[in-house]
Design a protein around this ligand. Structure first.
Ligand code: SAM
Length: 288
């Protein structure tokens, strides 16, 4: 436990899928002026250097955000759905890409005065870095940082006062119990706040719990008569699991615009980030 550091994975293909989806969810939910509460249950450090530290060791961004930028520089057309994401990442950098914002910074930068952001982080080192990073922002009064287990604490924040809420659930799945905790947490959250928008990221691995996750999420959504959207991005298909080859997002109560947004982005991301011919994507949805 606690060996996971998100800096190793900052700017990876999995971050691209997650953050591109997240940005669209916030934009849609902010179309109305009513206050939006956003909860990031697994925050990480908030923002990462891609030039040194863990990210420079793992080099995952090379097959992720840097590859996508190269694809664009080669003259390939980038649709608005992807450009929006690139603009958001680019806004943390004055020149070449050296810094990658994690979900806390992406969400913090999108806060309107009436919105609130709640961040949970349990890792003793990550929470200190997160606190330090968040203190650099000028919207700190709108942000609460909790050094706590979000699986047990999320329900206490629901429903948000305005009843407009977005919850990103992005565990490290370091502990295989995370799959079970995720399900229990979502069940409790839906009982309290059934109209909330819930976005779950998960790694696609051969382990049984990971393979079963989308079906379990579908079952949960059906029990609460909720619509869902399921997206996956695979960049390679190779024997072994030396590095993460694919990941998915499962969204409960997705905005109606999300499917079109991802239908535009996913084929291009698959083409841009493909490591071998096993690259592919999936996009499925169901109305409640
Ligand atoms: N959401 C971040 C982003 O997109 O930039 C990445 C988060 S990373 C995948 C998962 C984080 O959750 C790790 O930093 C880990 O320490 C933290 N974590 C693990 N279990 C937790 C728990 N039960 N409650 C809160 N944070 C937890």
């Amino acid at each position: 436990m606690f060996s996971y550091r998100h800096a190793f994975h900052a700017g990876s293909h999995a971050d691209i899928l997650k953050h591109l989806t997240l940005i669209h969810l916030v934009e849609y939910l902010q179309e109305k002026p009513v206050a939006l509460t956003m909860v990031d249950t697994h925050a990480g450090a908030g923002i990462y250097s891609l030039q040194d530290g863990f990210a420079a060791v793992s080099k995952e961004a090379e097959n992720g955000i840097y590859r996508l930028l190269e694809f664009k520089e080669e003259g390939n057309a980038i649709p608005p759905s992807i450009q929006k994401y690139l603009d958001c990442i680019g806004s943390e950098n004055s020149g070449d890409l050296a810094t990658y914002p994690g979900s806390p910074f992406i969400l913090a930068r999108m806060l309107r005065p009436q919105d609130r952001l709640k961040l949970f982080e349990l890792h003793p080192k990550e929470i200190d870095i997160l606190h330090h990073n968040i203190e650099q922002l000028d919207c700190t009064k709108q942000i609460d940082v909790y050094a706590a287990d979000s699986f047990s604490r999320l329900k206490g924040l629901l429903p948000p006062p305005s009843r407009r809420g977005l919850v990103l659930i992005d565990p490290s799945y370091e502990d295989k119990q995370d799959y079970r905790y995720l399900e229990i947490t979502l069940e409790e959250a839906l009982q309290r706040f059934v109209t909330g928008c819930y976005a779950v990221w998960y790694p696609i691995l051969s382990r049984r719990e990971s393979a079963a996750l989308p079906d379990r999420m579908k079952k949960l959504a059906a029990t609460h008569k909720r619509s869902w959207l399921h997206a996956e991005l695979r960049v390679e298909n190779a024997p072994g699991e030396r590095r993460l080859q694919a990941s998915g997002m499962f969204i409960i109560n997705p905005p109606w615009t999300l499917e079109k947004h991802l239908a535009e982005a996913l084929p291009i991301l698959t083409q841009a980030l493909a490591i071998n011919s096993g690259a592919q994507y999936l996009l499925k949805s169901m109305e409640a």
